[in-house]
Design a protein around this ligand. Structure first.
Ligand SMILES: [Zn+2]
Length: 75
């Protein structure tokens, strides 16, 4: 994943997408996805998230695939 540089302001359609996304999950509790190796918190998913995503741990560098549909809350 490339690091985003914030030298230019975000275009309005991107800002709106961010706003809409936040609104869509308002009041919903997110499930935390942790690195299976070092337990570092990588991201949070909401109940309507489905499909597979490629993850790379920002802490230990472990790469793995997350099945969003079946991934359960880490204990
Ligand atoms: Zn890790």
């Amino acid at each position: 994943m490339k690091q985003m540089k914030l030298t230019t302001p975000l275009p309005p359609e991107v800002l709106e997408r961010i706003r809409n996304g936040r609104k869509a999950v308002e009041g919903e509790e997110a499930n935390i996805i942790r690195c299976p190796k070092c337990r570092h918190v990588l991201m949070k998913k909401y109940s309507d998230a489905k499909g597979h995503i490629d993850c790379k741990c920002t802490k230990c560098g472990e790469e793995f695939v997350v099945d969003l549909f079946s991934w359960r809350r880490a204990r």
